[in-house]
Design a protein around this ligand. Structure first.
Ligand code: FAD
Ligand code: SF4
Length: 478
């Protein structure tokens, strides 16, 4: 039998033109339509699920060939095709509109895809996104949700602390098993970084909100404005709940301990992005949170947070430069985001470490002094080239600086409840993700430090299984 012809090139997804998108916060990538999604799905050679490397590369192990097959099997009936594909995805991942948009697929499912050996890997992320978007637009997700609603038959009650991707996933998985789940969230809206960190032009908030609506439909209660450790303690929660899951993330910005750090218009990326995304400062005065951005912005760092801050500042009318202490190939942001930032006109300066912020007579930042660095042959534990100072300096003008050099876990909850922690402030957990307090599990950035959405979701899913086993065995032994 003749082998089907391998189609090496992926079907592209359209994007909003640069001139148009830099004037607003509307989403940049426009995604597939049904015909192009089927065409792309047809490139998949359907590796058997027990072997398919894409499934292994996905931290929540979505049956990727399974959902691609469902899409193309009903090419003449789009609604049916999408419903079947979404069912396969939801078995492992209940937030596909989010992960399809923000996962670094090039390092996960798409990295080992066998089609990548002969051409482009299958565009798994965009296909996942297509299924979620089409289903939402046609109300297919509403229909399907019914299949996942479980009886809450007195199985048990679980408290989840923090409504980011780890907490949301844990809550959704437990709700699907029939547990009564309550999420306690410090901010006034659920979503964690998805809500306050990642901008609309990558993850539109109305799409996120529809994903969040699932919580209510699956019977999960969300209590916002609840800071666990202050409003209520973990000990108090354990009097009412059978178990708890801590997913408080890593929301405390690391700052630079150098002269001038307290000058006006030096922001942490967290403050900058929270103002822009959560408080919608880009719509000031329609929304009442202001944001002061000058004409020349320097963003320090080169992760996703730095790209988001830079592209947001650009949309607020500034000229933006990213300054990074290492080289281009060491940047940790998603490749797509780096490419978008470059297309939009963000400038990049490499091998620069800030040593001083210089202010004007009014206490506002006016320049940043950098030490020039040089790369070494040697690599660090993460495979990045080590760098060393050259002894030379350069000063770049800036009227606004945004620091995006990393995040660490917040200490409020940890200190209030006496959890055992690692030196970097992350919670110590065992192989079942149980913390040093029995019955209290943890996952996501709270145990990993700043990581990714899908790893946080993977932890949420793993913890849900462990919590189920914990509660069942306690009840069996009671
Ligand atoms: C700007 C930015 C862009 C990013 N872009 C990407 C990307 O493109 N792709 C990707 O994979 N990853 C990205 N990341 C990383 C990713 O967002 C995180 O790894 C992920 O959100 C971690 O999920 P989490 O649930 O552990 O924590 P979070 O999303 O941080 O959620 C924690 C939640 O807990 C709440 N909380 C904290 N303390 C308490 C308390 N004491 N009581 C109650 N609630 C509390 C917080 O308010 C928050 O809502 C980005 C991160 C940032 C900051
Ligand atoms: S590895 Fe690539 S080709 Fe193989 S099943 Fe996964 S998506 Fe399809």
């Amino acid at each position: 039998m003749a082998r089907p012809k391998l189609i090496k090139e992926r079907v592209p997804t359209p994007e909003r033109p640069v001139e148009e998108r830099i004037k607003s916060f509307v989403e940049v990538n426009l995604g597939y339509d049904f015909a192009s999604a089927v065409k792309e799905a047809e490139r998949c050679i359907q590796c058997p699920p027990e072997y398919a490397p894409c499934i292994k590369g996905c931290p929540v192990h979505i049956n990727i060939p399974g959902f691609l097959k469902a899409l193309r099997e009903n090419a003449d009936n789009p609604d049916e095709a999408v419903k079947n594909a979404l069912r396969v995805i939801w078995n492992d991942n209940t937030l596909p509109a989010v992960t399809g948009r923000v996962c670094p697929q090039e390092e996960q499912c798409e990295a080992p895809c066998v089609m990548g050996k002969v051409g482009d890997p299958i565009n798994i992320g965009k296909l996942e996104r297509f299924v979620a978007d089409y289903a939402r637009e046609k109300g297919i997700d509403e229909e399907l949700l019914g299949e996942f609603i479980a009886e809450t038959d007195g199985k048990g009650k679980v408290a989840v602390v923090g409504a980011g991707p780890a907490g949301l996933t844990c809550a959704l998985e437990l709700a699907k098993m029939g547990y009564k789940v309550t999420i306690f969230e410090a901010l006034h809206e659920a979503g964690g970084v998805l809500m306050y960190g990642i901008p609309e032009f990558r993850l539109p908030k109305d799409i996120l909100k529809t994903e969040l609506d699932k919580l209510e439909k699956l019977g999960v209660e969300v209590k916002t404005n609840y800071i666990v450790g202050k409003t209520v303690t973990v000990e108090e929660l354990l009097q009412e709940y059978d178990a708890a899951f801590i997913s408080t993330g890593a929301g405390t910005p690391k700052l630079l301990n150098i002269p001038g750090i307290l000058l006006d218009r030096i922001y942490s990326a967290n403050e900058f992005l929270t103002r822009v995304n959560l408080m919608k400062a880009y719509k000031f005065p329609e929304y009442d949170t202001p944001i002061a951005v000058g004409k020349k912005v320097i963003v320090i760092g080169a992760g996703n947070t730095a790209m988001d801050a830079a592209r947001s500042a650009l949309r607020l009318g500034a000229e933006v430069t990213i300054a990074y202490r290492r080289g281009r190939e060491d940047m940790t942001a998603r490749i797509e985001e780096i490419a978008h930032a470059e297309e939009e006109g963000v400038k990049f300066e490499f091998f620069l470490t800030p040593v001083e912020f210089i202010g004007d007579e009014n206490g506002k930042v006016k320049a940043v002094k950098f030490m020039k660095m040089r790369p070494l042959e040697e690599r660090d534990s993460r495979g990045k080239r080590k760098i060393e100072p050259t002894g030379e300096y350069v000063t770049l003008e800036a009227d606004t600086v945004i620091i995006a050099i990393g995040l660490e876990p917040n200490k409020i909850l940890v200190e209030a409840s006496g959890f055992e922690t690692n030196p970097d402030g992350t919670l110590v957990v065992d192989e079942n993700l149980m913390t040093s307090i029995p019955g209290v599990f943890a996952g996501g950035d709270a145990i990993r430090g700043e990581a990714t959405v899908i790893l946080a979701m993977g932890d949420g899913k793993k913890a849900a299984k462990a919590i189920d086993e914990y509660i069942r065995s306690r009840r069996a032994n009671a």
